[in-house]
Design a protein around this ligand. Structure first.
Ligand SMILES: Cc1cc2nc3c(=O)[nH]c(=O)nc-3n(C[C@H](O)[C@H](O)[C@H](O)COP(=O)(O)OP(=O)(O)OC[C@H]3O[C@@H](n4cnc5c(N)ncnc54)[C@H](O)[C@@H]3O)c2cc1C
Length: 403
């Protein structure tokens, strides 16, 4: 690794760290990239593992910024500086076209493994870049610009003019992002909001009958076309019933509001519309058909097309069987799934600790980017876009400082 002082040390080889390295090397700045894992980009690979890499989202910076809950103004600026269109162009430079899928999600045509391979290949040919795997950041050194690491059994110190931390959140620790860095940052007096599950399943205490029906439906699919609401926000995307509760992008899209409610009272009422395709007027018209002696299940199937698992869910939530409530049901969410299972995490280095360029106010020369900073967004490409845009902002500042 060499004892000489590094120009720029980047710790964390996820998309944020890799993109920051890419920009600095492109600007002619030497970079040492270190990661606790032997290989780079493990979570990036996981993100692209099923259904293709949803790398960003279509829309203007103002439209997209609404998804970065509570940090809209900050992200509008970040997305203006490095927009989805810029990211799409960057994927082109990696040899991957993109396409717009459902609901404005933008996907890379190439798979994540191929993109990562090409990305790393660009570094291999540069004398300005070096990578140190198996090297875990353990804390800040005594002096400014000194950073402590564990490499195998060895404790070592690396000195650098500038350091960029891109250590990710705490979900899916098998990818390397285990959130253990929070201790080192807190020990250095840096405020860190606790890492919490985001974009995760939620827990519902189903009845034994419902549990049985979910278990037996597994072969035929438990993904439902239903709409959820929480705190006046409507879900978008599929909702999957599981033994522990609900999963799927529909849940993730309102997960932030569910968590807010859970934090207040320990449980959260979520509105359920089992027939989002029907207007209330259409529902009333269909229910004006006399039921006669038909069983409830037959009537629901014929009048409303409500059958199978959605009907079972209806009975679970409305035991009295009043079909006029089918668009207006409610279920109790009792918690979120554990962080290890989540797609991303909320919490991280508090934004109040960072200046506009994501530099730590109390540690000039040290930057914090990507998911380890305290911002969050739903799935749909917003997370990766946020990681790239924060990396862009910090890299611009470092290029400016070193030019
Ligand atoms: C299953 C799944 C699907 C996803 N799908 C999408 C999607 O479709 N679209 C989307 O936008 N986002 C998606 N995401 C989220 C996205 O992958 C992350 O937001 C993104 O990878 C975060 O990038 P990052 O660079 O900030 O951190 P990470 O990718 O988490 O990288 C952090 C790096 O830091 C290293 N590290 C951690 N601690 C230390 C330490 N102490 N010392 C040294 N190195 C350390 C880790 O080993 C890791 O390599 C998905 C995530 C998952 C888990």
């Amino acid at each position: 690794m060499g004892k000489e002082k590094k120009r720029v040390l980047i710790v964390g080889a996820g998309p944020a760290g890799l993109f920051c390295a890419y920009r600095l090397v492109e600007a002619g700045i030497p970079v040492l990239l270190a990661d606790r894992m032997r290989e780079a980009g493990r979570k990036f690979l996981l993100a692209g593992a099923s259904g293709g890499l949803n790398c960003t989202h279509a829309g203007t910076p103002a439209e997209l910024s609404e998804k970065y809950y509570g940090n809209e103004a900050l992200f509008q600026g970040l997305l203006e500086d490095f927009s989805p269109a810029d990211l799409v162009n960057w994927y082109k430079t990696m040899g991957s076209d993109t396409f717009v899928g459902n609901g404005g999600k933008i996907f890379a045509k190439l798979g994540a493994p191929e993109i990562l391979k090409r990305w790393l290949k660009q570094f291999e040919s540069s004398p300005l870049f070096s990578f140190q795997g198996g090297c875990e950041f353990t804390g800040f050194g005594e002096r400014q610009g000194q950073f402590k690491f564990r490499h195998g059994n060895q404790e070592l110190e690396i000195e650098a003019e500038y350091a960029v931390f891109a250590l990710g959140g705490g979900s899916r620790p098998e990818t390397g992002s285990n959130g253990a860095w929070t201790d080192a940052f807190q020990a250095a007096g840096i405020q860190v909001a606790p890492l919490r599950s985001a974009n995760c399943g939620v827990e519902v205490q189903w009845s034994p009958h419902m549990l049985k029906r979910i278990a037996s439906a597994h072969g035929s699919g438990t993904s439902l076309n239903i709409a959820l609401t929480c705190s006046g926000r409507a879900s978008t995307g599929e909702v999957v019933l599981t033994g522990y509760g609900l999963e799927g992008s529909g849940v993730y899209s309102i997960g932030y509001y569910i968590r807010q409610e859970l934090a207040k009272s320990g449980s959260c009422k979520v509105g359920v519309d089992l027939l989002p395709g029907l207007t209330p007027e259409q529902l009333a018209r269909r229910l004006s058909r006399p039921k006669g002696k038909e069983s409830l299940s037959n009537y629901a199937r014929k009048a409303l097309g409500l059958a199978g698992l959605p009907f079972v869910l209806f009975k679970e939530l409305e035991p009295a069987g009043d079909l006029s409530k089918v668009k207006n049901l409610s279920l109790s969410v009792t918690g979120c799934r554990p962080l290890e299972e989540a797609i991303s995490s909320a919490g991280g280095v508090c934004l109040s600790e960072l200046d506009d360029n994501f530099m730590l106010k109390t540690r000039p020369g040290c930057f914090v980017i990507g998911e380890m900073a305290d911002w969050e967004a739903p799935t749909g490409g917003y997370l990766l876009q946020g990681c790239f845009s924060t990396a862009f902002r910090a890299s611009e500042k470092i290029i400016d400082l070193l030019s």
